[in-house]
Design a protein around this ligand. Structure first.
Ligand SMILES: Cc1cc2nc3c(=O)[nH]c(=O)nc-3n(C[C@H](O)[C@H](O)[C@H](O)COP(=O)(O)OP(=O)(O)OC[C@H]3O[C@@H](n4cnc5c(N)ncnc54)[C@H](O)[C@@H]3O)c2cc1C
Length: 421
């Protein structure tokens, strides 16, 4: 079996398969990771998966932080925090999220993949194309690290090659083209003193921003803007973004933390593709390769982990004899879309809940209503999308807890028979 991409989806899949005793080859064009502004929070249902895979200690050892509190504020109207979610006081969700600089998280996971038994890892190898052979297998064209051409074949190819997936275009799963409903900008700052484990969320009149620790001495501020609020002219855009970052930084208290920016993201459109895991004709897509959620929700990394462990479970359940049967994997994964898409659906509602009020003036009423409310449970009465998002997380946690039992506490893989490569 061939996995293209050793980002979070491909790495977690390779490690999960190794723990279940299934051999695979993983190819990635990159060898090491430079700092970049990308996915940096793993939601509670993702920490559950990392724990099951024996990876939680590893990511915490490279300086990832635990987040136990989510606090939101609407400083335009009222500077006081108006809602708080204590993950550590919730009984039915894992008690914390994990945050980390993207390159440190990916580096820690890649090391885990290098050490996994039964995994052949080709780093620095780029997949250039693939085509179906007469015998039904996929021929995969590769560029090796020295620039030479190579071709391998596989009966089952898994695309975990991210948002600009090559496999996505080959597979033609009729997933809608991505649309950018919001833009994202942000900065990462080094701060003095320990980061507190709080995720602060706040909203201005035309933006939504959040601050969270990414490691022990670093914080990230991200700002989302509805697409129509983004100036078309590049210069105007950059000037307004610089002012916004300052405003949001002040509202979130970053200035007082005395941090110098170590990385500033100018702005990227945040495209959204609505799809879950897709499998057909010996090709599967997982993670961003098949669908992206709006980064405002911070679920991209976690859904990629989810897809990986659920696919590993399906592959091992079907076994070598059935995994390549026409439609068998798709059938085994049929129920997954319904609950996975719920995250995307409620994420859309969250985006709408953040931005729509400005257009019809509901925001003022909404925020005024929140002003005096100290607890999230009360906030939830007025923000059903948030409650539904949390309920969705709970449901996914339950499903995953049952589906991933075989991964837990089993450092000696049980061989289930090698799948055809
Ligand atoms: C600016 C920004 C901010 C974000 N913030 C958050 C956040 O706070 N929280 C969150 O959860 N998510 C966030 N996301 C989303 C998150 O980063 C992604 O959802 C997540 O990285 C998806 O993981 P993946 O494994 O599917 O893809 P990727 O992480 O993109 O991995 C794809 C891998 O495939 C490899 N690859 C690609 N093409 C080839 C090829 N042809 N040959 C060989 N290898 C190939 C790449 O080298 C890479 O290693 C953000 C995204 C962006 C762009």
């Amino acid at each position: 079996m061939l996995i293209i991409g050793a980002g979070i989806a491909g790495t977690v899949l390779g490690i999960a398969l190794a723990r279940l005793g299934v051999a695979c080859t993983v190819v990635d064009r990159g060898v090491d990771f430079r700092p970049q502004f990308r996915g940096e929070i793993i939601q509670p249902y993702g920490t559950l998966l990392l724990e099951r895979l024996g990876l939680l200690d590893r990511v915490q050892s490279v300086g990832c932080a635990r987040v136990t509190r989510f606090v939101s504020a609407f400083p335009v109207l009222d500077e006081r925090p108006c809602a708080e979610l204590r993950l550590d006081q919730s009984t039915d969700l894992p008690p914390y999220a994990v945050t980390c600089r993207h390159h440190l998280l990916y580096g820690a996971l890649r090391t885990g993949l290098r050490q996994a038994s039964g995994v052949e890892l080709l780093e620095g190898w780029r997949v250039m194309g693939l085509s179906r052979r007469a015998d039904g297998r996929w021929g995969v064209d590769l560029l090796d690290p020295a620039g030479g051409r190579a071709r391998i074949s596989s009966g089952l190819v898994i695309g975990a090659d991210g948002a600009r997936s090559l496999l996505h275009s080959v597979a033609d799963f009729a997933v809608r083209t991505a649309e950018a409903s919001t833009w994202l900008l942000g900065k990462v700052s080094r701060i003095a003193g320990p980061a507190d484990a709080t995720f602060h969320f706040c909203a201005g009149r035309r933006w939504v921003a959040y601050l969270f620790p990414v490691g022990k001495d670093t914080r990230r501020v991200s700002i989302h803007l509805p697409s129509e609020a983004v100036p078309r002219d590049r210069e105007a855009r950059e000037g307004s973004f610089a002012r916004l970052l300052d405003d949001a930084g002040r509202a979130l208290g970053v200035q007082s933390a005395g941090g110098e920016p170590v990385e500033v993201l100018q702005a990227v459109p945040a495209p959204v593709l609505r799809a879950g895991i897709r499998c057909r004709d010996g090709l599967c897509l997982i993670g961003d390769a098949v669908g992206t959620v709006n980064p405002i929700t911070g679920h991209g990394l976690t859904l990629a982990c989810h897809d990986a462990v659920v696919l590993a479970d399906a592959i091992t359940e079907l076994g070598a004899a059935r995994v390549q049967e026409q439609g068998a994997l798709a059938e085994r994964l049929a129920g997954v879309d319904a609950y996975r898409q719920a995250v995307q659906h409620y994420s859309d509602l969250l985006v709408e809940g953040c931005f729509a009020p400005w257009s019809d003036n509901r925001y003022r009423q909404l925020a005024a209503g929140f002003g005096a409310i100290p607890r999230l449970s009360l906030l939830l009465q007025d923000a059903p999308w948030l409650e539904q998002l949390i309920q969705t997380q709970r449901r996914i946690s339950e499903i995953l807890a049952a589906r991933t039992e075989a991964l837990a506490g089993d450092s000696q893989p049980q061989r289930r028979g090698c799948l055809p490569c």
